[in-house]
Design a protein around this ligand. Sequence first.
Ligand code: 5U1
Length: 676
Amino acid sequence: MIDADEATLEAALLRKQLSQHNYLYYTQDNPSIPDVEYDRLLRRLQQIERAYPELQEIDSPTQRIGGEPLKEFKAVFHIAPMLSLDNAFDDEELVDFHHRVTERLKYQGKLSYVCEPKLDGVAVSLLYKNGILVRGGTRGDGLVGEDITDNVRTIHSVPLRLKTDTPPNLLEVRGEVYLPKIGFEKINHEARLNDEKIFVNPRNAAAGSLRQLDSKITASRPLEMSVYSLGKIEGQDCPATHIKTLKMLESWGFLVNPYTEVVEGINLCADYYLKIFEARDSLPYEIDGIVFKVNAFSYQQRLGSIAKAPRWAIARKFPAQEEITCLEAVEFQVGRTGAITPVARLKPVFVGGVTVSNASLHNQDEIRRLNIRIGDSVIVRRAGDVIPQIVKVILEKRPISAKEIIFPVRCPECDSLAIQVDGEATIRCSGGLVCSAQRKQAIKHFASRKAMDVDGLGEKLVDQLVDQELISSVDDLYRLDIDQLSKLERMGQKSAENLLSALEASKITTFPRFLYSLGIREIGDATSLSLAQHFKNLEALQDSSLEGLMNVSDVGPVAAGFIHRFFSQMENIEVVRKLLGIGICWPKSTLDKKKPLPLFGQIWVLTGGMEAMGRPEAKEKLQILGAKVAGSVSLNTDCVVVGAAAGSKLKKANELNIKVIDESTLMQLFRQNNLL
Ligand code: 5U1
């Protein structure tokens, strides 16, 4: 080991380097060294600090890993009250707020407002003395909170030392600690694996992670903090406006939400609300509204506060993503692969912008985990495009009449035995194609948009066709005639003709679509594409060994097993043979097979509305050219295609300097590759 003088110098240098890399990675989202290099620097600093404990400083990056567990949280007395916000639930209430502000101020022009996304997390105060973080506290009742200093130190976007040579003597800032969506999924995924408590939403997960007596647990959770206000500053002048204050805090190393904007007048506030509302699902964290704040501090002072909320700010809330409703019944649905899924029938409730009356309960394990009974009050959550979920039962509200959910021992559709395969949570009907429910689902899947895309063959029609024994297998579809079809319920001569034309048109397809339409277990559209690209033709795929299948990217041992079993069963080979005999075919790819795929290895993102074709079709063509199509823009994105009214993804692409093309350029690319 080096001597004490060298250790002092090296530790100081390492601390400086690590703080800067930490800032670039967590606050700027722009790392300049690989993770292994960061870890190497950190380990070296830990080594020096272990050898010379006197060198360990409270703002050392090594302090982010958590310390000794506490017995309890101490109280923190806030230097100035931590206020909460009044809410506006529609534009009218927002305009009322504006009128109250301008009347009090006797102001007539367009007032300047700062607009900020309202992050759905936990409000936290940070106290710095001479530039060093000395205390972190929860809001509590606004006057007294809990001391969570050890825990906030573990959050990488919280500076342990301000990035300035002239820090104020005292600085108190407030902001929101939150868990990005990805971190929430990760924590819950691990909790499920370890049979631990599942968090209902990212806010609960952030609160649970922050209120840990053992800060090492907090350190293991990928929390972030962005700041939104100044509680107190001493020994330095405070800027004159809120936006200048945020800029100052940003320059000192704090994370300020990048969508923060200043607008003039309340109408532009309403526009901002709409813009962020539309981008909401694509943001990497959850927000529950927008906060509008009068920008000038002189006006804020004149407006003051009432009770616990300031008169100069308002939160315009988004529609709730969680609501309480009642579980009225549970029905059991049989899927394509025989899986018997319990479906919750709920008292209809408006949540996340739609009326929800059903939710999947997945399987017996989920029912056990939720401890749910018929008649229970439940919390339903619908965030973004995600299908509604029951996230919690309100046990305190359980009525005495609540009934246990009993799984059927026989298939509710065909009465075959319901069996549970070892190691699987799912219960399946053992009837195979004897079961009309399985047949119906297989036919619906075959005709669906990503498969053979038979226009006009909806669920009700398939049910009628199977129930009336006009079809029992997918190939029967192509033998239907106009007489049979036009006699069906809600089916005139014209619709019958249209359906026959759609069936005829579906015969010309692509290899990946055909593969997907066969409904092999675990084989989705992306895997079908990988299989098609790998094997090039059906014979090669059918004849492949298990090992050969596992050589395909995306295909693991389980999926390989399902494919292998599918093509070793005579009835499946027979269906495939009949389909090809009927005339289903796919033109050989026009791409020159000797050349590598033109977009191989690239990641593309589609955003905004497209006119020439739907997004699924554009996505499929990009995949044929070798690209992966992602849902969000990141540093790895190669190109973003922008359609009409593109929003946050376009903004992010520009910020990250990523290539952007419009729809007509994309069509040109497809044309050049004979895909149009
Ligand atoms: N973005 C933002 N969230 N938020 C929450 N600003 C903001 N301001 C708040 C709160 C409670 O309070 C102000 C009164 C400072």
